[in-house]
Design a protein around this ligand. Sequence first.
Ligand SMILES: NC(=O)c1ccc[n+]([C@@H]2O[C@H](COP(=O)([O-])OP(=O)(O)OC[C@H]3O[C@@H](n4cnc5c(N)ncnc54)[C@H](O)[C@@H]3O)[C@@H](O)[C@H]2O)c1
Length: 363
Amino acid sequence: MSPIMPVIPVNIPGKTTAYSVFIESGLLSRSSHYFTSYTGHKAAVISDTNVAPLYADILLSELRSAGVEPFLITLPAGETTKCSANLDRLYDFLLDHRITRSDIVIALGGGVIGDLTGYAAATYLRGTRFIQVPTTLLAQVDSSVGGKVAINHPKGKNLLGAFYQPELVIIDTDTLGTLDSRQVGAGLGEVIKYGCILDAPLFERIERCGCRENLVPLYPEIIARCIELKAQVVSEDPLDTGLRMILNFGHTLAHAIENAAGYGTVLHGEAVCIGMVAAAGWGETLGVTPSGTADRIRRLLTALDLPVSLPESLTPDCLFPSMALDKKSLGKDIRVILLDDIGQCHSTRLGAQKLFELMEDNA
Ligand SMILES: NC(=O)c1ccc[n+]([C@@H]2O[C@H](COP(=O)([O-])OP(=O)(O)OC[C@H]3O[C@@H](n4cnc5c(N)ncnc54)[C@H](O)[C@@H]3O)[C@@H](O)[C@H]2O)c1
């Protein structure tokens, strides 16, 4: 595959910044030239116990080839790692190795490592240089681009965070070869989200594939398209005050599911799948989403072996308190994204009582 190199311009109030996302099969083992602008500096590489044994040596060797001195820290794999205790561990690690603002902090892993590392990079010394090397489908199509970084709080997901853009994103699509099928599915949930909110042809293309196996050859193209879509949205709304909220389609319920089930029990992308079917149903009940849309999304997700309904242990009653605490809630109103059709959406606010009724109707 030839390199796809979209340059993503992200406008931050008061200044303009841009960074490149490089996508290529086998890129990691050819990445040293991306690091030559850091020659003579140190790199703090943050990874997890699943990813480090597979890919850290390659990255460290590429850094050394570029004249960068790397240090690796490996954290436990999984959503519970995105917590304040591990943030402290990272600060200690960065201080112990005397990482300065001109050195780089590199996230090598999925969205958990990306979010946690990004938050450490945003806050350590009031901001250090930051690179993302995402290794899950979810991180490659979504979380590594756009600058949202965060950790979880026991009272809710991503409640502590910042907007902090990486200066480079390196995507080696070969890393997906070692990802387990459930994690691939979670990434596909986010891909379908992009189709639902912004790109009917993408949604239809996946529908035509019919099953997961047929999608595999399309991954590089799909990843590039999702990043392109996210880049457009983020450029218009880097601080998530308007348009960017559409990326939260399905997330109002998804975050509550993750919180109520216990972080890591239901994967983020799986929770988004359930949330998208629910949100399409809410839209249908409200008369803004064409009838049959929720069924169409449900059919596609089912064909891809993805979850479409709440686990039996979770009822609207137990999810609602988490939804009211979600950062998208505004006073008594809760912000939700509704579909006007596949490929088009809008953001709206619903009263808490109304949303509760919709949840019960569509449970
Ligand atoms: N910042 C954003 O804009 C944004 C957007 C969406 C999601 N997120 C966050 O992303 C997180 C979920 O990310 P995720 O789904 O990547 O989960 P993850 O980082 O936990 O990775 C999933 C699992 O796959 C393993 N893994 C990663 N890459 C691998 C590889 N190539 N081969 C084998 N195993 C591999 C990991 O060790 C982990 O066990 C959530 O915390 C969510 O809130 C952030």
